[in-house]
Design a protein around this ligand. Structure first.
Ligand SMILES: [Zn+2]
Length: 448
């Protein structure tokens, strides 16, 4: 093991063998001054972050006022918000910072493309700490469920309310102000810093992180943090994800008057049978558990059902419904598909309805080792700021970290985040969490 002290521009490394506690004691005694210096440095950085508390809330408020909703989900994309963020960053005059916008063609976007913004800041080492957040948000949903205007954020008590202030606005702002805090304090980070503000996370990252990773903007030795999920305690580091597997069934029967059902084929009834049988069969076939995940089993959930007929006295001739499944890495998606396909064909044969199945599959990626350097760096910083021991584990999937892991770049997902507010009406963030996340990121930047 080693302990790394970074004192402004002077870098010294002190190795303490595990089996020589007496040496460890000697080193400790001889480095009391260094320890004091480290303590002072950390205090200075954390204070510099504290000084930016008001600016962070202000920046998050300004960004939230610009809805960055996917053109594939009723919005106009990220361009306006990226430009706003770019001008905010430019006004910070960060020393030596380079800004770059990468575009991905999207004919559905009013600009013809989707932008992601990158901020690179030189550190002592060319090795980079990358923090990737997403700039897009989901639509407000049912407007009447909001007690505030979703795109005109307000502070109430200790919280800031608005669409996207938590997902992913909190950490977007935290990552930027972690860097600004170092810049303000005149401290050169140990690692070079790459902040990525990417498009399209909410709709699958096809115009954001996925092509960015494909373009080799990130390097194999980058330390990558994706703070797009977390908990209130800030004590969970996600290093593994389940595969995300989505099934869309379209049942075509024959629409008739409800008084004469025998003359048609009721697509609603066929869909009910099909959903029930698929649900039963998948749960029965894959009961495996893995304690590293929460929940520890694969999930197979019937979720969305499209509207069918406009009146109660009509037997529907068409039903469309979906399953959202989160599958443990050990489970074969080919085998699962075989089971669903057999049921589909069987129900089709029994009912005379036509059933189409579309599958959206993203396989689980390799797990980031709990011993990866980025895990240790994050754990130390979390311990110092939040006073908790973070544990590593797996979740239900769907984060951007997968694209990195598929490329062999160890990535972790972590943040201190309000639980259960993402995508909900009256989404909020605790202002304290914005500050805490920024503190953790700034300590990571100096390799504390
Ligand atoms: Zn998110």
């Amino acid at each position: 093991m080693g302990i790394y002290y970074t004192i402004d521009r002077n870098f010294c490394k002190i190795e303490i063998p595990n089996d020589k506690p007496e040496i460890s004691q000697r080193v400790y005694n001889s480095t009391n001054t260094s320890r004091e210096a480290v303590k002072r440095l950390h205090t200075k950085i954390l204070q510099s972050v504290e000084n930016l508390r008001g600016s962070m809330v202000d920046t998050l408020t300004q960004l939230c006022r610009i809805p960055a909703i996917s053109p594939h989900n009723g919005g106009t994309g990220e361009e306006a918000k990226i430009q706003k963020l770019k001008s905010i960053i430019e006004s910070m005059n960060l020393k030596g910072a380079a800004l770059k916008i990468e575009h991905v063609l999207d004919s559905d976007s009013p600009t013809g493309n989707r932008p992601s913004l990158f901020l690179e800041y030189p550190g002592k080492s060319s090795r980079r700490l990358c923090i990737l957040t997403h700039i897009d948000v989901v639509p407000e949903g049912e407007r009447s469920l909001w007690t505030i205007d979703p795109f005109d954020p307000v502070v109430k008590g200790t919280r800031l309310y608005g669409r996207g202030v938590s997902d992913n606005g909190t950490c977007l702002v935290s990552s930027l102000y972690a860097l600004k805090a170092l810049d303000d304090a005149g401290i050169v980070p140990e690692y070079s810093v790459l902040l990525a503000f990417v498009a399209d996370e909410e709709m699958g990252s096809h115009y954001g992180a996925e092509p960015m990773v494909e373009r080799n903007i990130f390097r194999p030795d980058d330390l990558v943090v994706v703070p797009d999920s977390g908990n209130d305690a800030g004590d969970f580091i996600e290093i593994a994800e389940k595969a995300v597997w989505r099934l869309t069934f379209t049942v075509t029967g024959k629409q008739v008057h409800a008084a004469l059902p025998h003359t048609g084929i009721n697509a609603c009834r066929v869909a009910n049978m099909l959903a029930y049988e698929v649900d039963e069969a998948l749960h029965k076939a894959f009961p495996e558990e893995d304690a590293a995940f929460e929940p520890p089993f694969s999930t197979f959930e019937p979720t969305r059902r499209a509207a069918n007929v406009p009146a109660v006295n009509i037997v529907p001739g068409r039903e469309r419904f979906e399953f959202d499944c989160r599958v443990l890495p050990g489970v074969s998606l080919d085998e699962a598909f075989g089971i669903v396909e057999r049921i589909r064909a069987d129900v089709e044969r029994r009912t005379g309805a036509k059933i189409e199945l579309e599958v959206d599959r993203s396989d689980s990626a390799p797990v980031t080792s709990p011993d990866a350097e980025v895990c240790g760096l994050l754990k130390r910083s979390v311990r110092e700021v939040l006073g908790v021991e973070a544990k590593t584990g797996g979740v239900g999937g769907g984060t951007v970290a997968v694209f990195f892991r598929q490329k062999g770049i160890p990535a972790v997902v972590w943040s201190q985040e309000c639980e259960g507010v993402a995508h909900q009406p009256d989404e909020f963030t605790e202002i304290e969490y914005i500050v805490n996340n920024a503190k953790v990121f700034s300590l990571m930047m100096i390799n504390a």
